[in-house]
Design a protein around this ligand. Sequence first.
Ligand code: KG4
Ligand code: ZN
Length: 338
Amino acid sequence: MSTYILGIESSCDDTSAAVLKDTHILSNAIANQDIHKTYGGVVPELASRAHQQNIIPVVEVALRKAKITKNQLSAIAFTRGPGLLGSLLVGTSFAKSFAMGLGIPIIEVDHLKAHILSHFIDDEDQKAHPQFPFICLTVSGGHTQIVKVDSPNKMKVIGSTIDDAAGEAFDKAAKIMGLPYPGGPEIDKLAKIGNPDAFTFPEPNMQELDYSFSGLKTSFLYFLRDRLKEDEQFIEKNKADLSASLQQTIIRILLKKLKKAASATSINEIAIAGGVSANSGLRQAMQQTSVELGWNIYIPKLQYSTDNAAMIAIAGYFKYLDGDFAAQNLTPYSKSTM
Ligand code: KG4
Ligand code: ZN
């Protein structure tokens, strides 16, 4: 008998619901919150309110697209954390009540583990899945981690950022340049027409497998402040070159430690996940490195790179197989537990 999991994601500013039939994707509906563009970043109070407005319509769309009724659902998986508490409360409370009404179990999912497990979503264009053990570089707006993945439910963080996440580096640099939020996709677009060697920014000298991005942000800020003194139009004239150079620096920093991790663990199954894995420069650099070093690489489809509920549903599916269900009295957490 097939298992139907409804996944619910509400950790930040996207409200998403998805249905999987075992590992196969049936639907993945997302409501983005444009309101935050006005403020240049996510405003937590507005995000919770928008989730409250969107959650039921998004779930309805997911069920309709999946062509199933709510009574066919086997369980409901939801993001417990990390993320914005008010936003997480909306998804958690919805999942609890809906599951109680249907008399089915709930499954709590860690958002970061779900990004990694997005590689196991069976989709027409995503058929190859990493073999265990594999290394995953998770790069999102809030986290940057190198994770050794032994099984769907056994993962170990072997490197992480000590300050800003890679996505934050993109977003903050974009804000400094006056680009709209979220800045990552904007920089990616501009980088395509810029010269990555036009400017040089310093790379941190971190121990072991750890990352740091706050120094890069500061040097970018000081560099622009000095240039703007000479030419008020400096950013406007050099947007593309600045984007390409910054993006190249971030990718170099990310790949340096990823290569180190692969060599230290002697693992050549290498995946990337999280919003920044949508970056076209990073995807290209992964392809090149796979040829150079003989890696088998796994890059999620774009819709599974950024926040989505399909990844919550697949993570929930693995827990469902283990009978790992959550209690009705659990509460969300804002900080990573990985
Ligand atoms: O995983 P995600 O959707 O949400 C979090 O869990 O944080 O990641 C969001 C981050 C943002 O910082 C956004 O700027 C970045 O992913 N991002 C990108 C691209 N698309 C999204 N960064 C660089 N290039 C992109 N194409
Ligand atoms: Zn995420």
